[in-house]
Design a protein. Structure first.
Length: 474
């Protein structure tokens, strides 16, 4: 069954039938998705959406149901990724652009296409709700797309939410795209003209490997980490919007996996502020399939049962599994834990090597123990919040959350993993409470972003204070 997903194995008839099936599935999911969005808003007492109908391609690929069955991280996408293979420490063995929803030029919102300059005549393709230089913008919400790189869909969905909250005049919604193929500035801007100092000939950085961009690996066409790209976007936003007072960075699913690791390794957000302008910076991660553990402890076997423990699940027993319960030597190495994050830990081109290079630019340590200590100390000063779906409980052996051995150590479904991670943070930082909330849906970014938690954290609260007491919640 898996081999049938390989393009070389498909006959023309099979391809035609599959295309027809995907088209029908897109139509069905679009209808179901609309109903669920309206239900989500009704539950929150919100009005109906006002603008920007998403393209059928995007609607068919993003989450629309409580069980997450239509999410791009799920069955077809997971099988395709397994088809191409990966090593035990998360390094992809082959490249694949399977199920990509990155379009160049943009498939929708082309008038919002902006180019963020990078060194060596390269750029980041982004969608921005307000043109650079807009003096009304006071806060920015930077939204990180999921596994299929559907920046356009996330951009439209988050803008709808901002608009419904009557915050659109002063709130910039910005969606960077981690491209998976070549894209010139001239193509991305669709005739709008590349923004100075980006030339039309500039090329977008791109990552054909999913885990390579998600875990901070270097681009296929440049020696730059995907984490450096987000750093550059945060810098550019502050330089381009003169009245900016606050920055929020959020991601869901694969975007949240990216954010958790960026939050740990980046100097952005240390002491609750940006590096460039000292503006308040908040990070909101929604329903990551995997996380980065900050010590060698993992939940005991009793804390990762096959059954669903629900929203009140609480793990109280953690221990060092030593051999990772037969997960091999890489169970605690980055991107699973902090192991291996020190000088000369792996070969050039490897995800961990690039992550090392990136991290060591902002800390002075070279030993593994000192690196881990500094990463934990910096994390403790950041404003990081988490969202989990109440019904995001489908077992990872049958849904698309990673079922790699080292990730199964942390939980059997996304909700269980998320709640176990909250207890882990309580143990790593005694006396502090991680900030988290549970929204009343499954694996759907729309449910997460329409929740009162996200609206309060991203759009309502005043700029966070570093000394603000934190409260865990559900």
């Amino acid at each position: 069954a898996i081999s049938s997903l390989s393009p070389s194995a498909e006959s023309p008839r099979h391809h035609s039938t599959a295309a027809w099936s995907r088209a029908m599935l897109a139509l069905i999911l679009a209808v179901v998705g609309t109903a669920l969005v309206l239900a989500a808003k009704a539950a929150d007492g919100s009005e109906h959406m006002l603008m920007q109908v998403r393209q059928p391609q995007s609607s068919s690929a993003r989450a629309v149901g409580d069980e997450g069955a239509a999410h791009p991280d799920n069955k077809d996408f997971a099988l395709a990724l397994n088809e191409y293979g990966r090593s035990a420490d998360g390094e992809e063995q082959h490249h694949t652009g399977w199920y990509s929803l990155f379009w160049c030029p943009p498939n929708s919102h082309s008038s919002k296409a902006v180019t963020v300059p990078l060194p060596d005549n390269s750029f980041v393709p982004v969608l921005a709700s307000h043109s650079p230089g807009n003096e009304a913008v006071e806060q920015a919400v930077i939204v990180i797309h999921g596994a299929p790189r559907e920046a356009e869909g996330y951009f439209g969905d988050v803008f709808n939410i901002v608009h419904q909250q009557h915050k659109s005049r002063r709130t910039l919604v910005l969606a960077p795209a981690w491209a998976d193929k070549a894209c010139s500035a001239a193509d991305w801007s669709s005739g709008n003209g590349a923004q100075e100092p980006v030339r039309d000939s500039a090329q977008a950085l791109y990552w054909t490997g999913l885990r390579r961009w998600m875990y901070g690996g270097r681009a296929d066409n440049a020696n730059s980490s995907s984490f450096e790209v987000l750093d550059s976007v945060v810098d550019w936003v502050q330089a381009s919007y003169p009245s900016l007072k606050r920055v929020v960075v959020t991601g869901f699913s694969a975007g949240a996996q990216f954010l958790v690791r960026w939050a740990a390794l980046s100097s952005e957000g240390a002491n609750g502020v940006t590096r460039r302008g000292g503006l308040p910076l908040r990070i909101i991660a929604g329903s990551p399939s995997t996380v980065l553990y900050l010590s060698e402890e993992r939940p005991d076997a009793a804390c990762v049962p096959d059954k669903d423990g629900g929203r009140h699940w609480k793990c109280t027993n953690f221990s060092n599994p030593m051999d990772g319960r037969n997960c091999g030597k890489n169970w605690n190495k980055y991107p699973n834990g902090l192991g291996g994050l020190h000088q000369a830990a792996s070969s050039p081109g490897h995800i961990r090597y690039t992550a090392n290079e990136y991290l060591l630019k902002s800390i002075g340590a070279t030993s593994s123990s000192e690196v881990s200590k500094q990463v934990r100390a910096r994390w403790a000063t950041k404003d990081i919040r988490f969202l989990f779906g109440k019904f995001d409980t489908l077992h990872c052996h049958v849904s698309a959350c990673s079922n790699d051995c080292q990730h199964m150590l942390t939980g059997k479904n996304r909700l269980q993993r998320g709640l176990n991670f909250m207890r882990h943070l309580e143990r790593v930082f005694p006396g502090s409470q991680p900030v988290w909330g549970i929204f009343n849906h499954g694996h759907t970014h729309i449910g997460a972003y329409w929740s009162h938690y996200f609206r309060d954290w991203a759009l309502v609260e005043p700029p966070p204070s570093v000394s603000e007491p934190e409260e865990g919640g559900s």
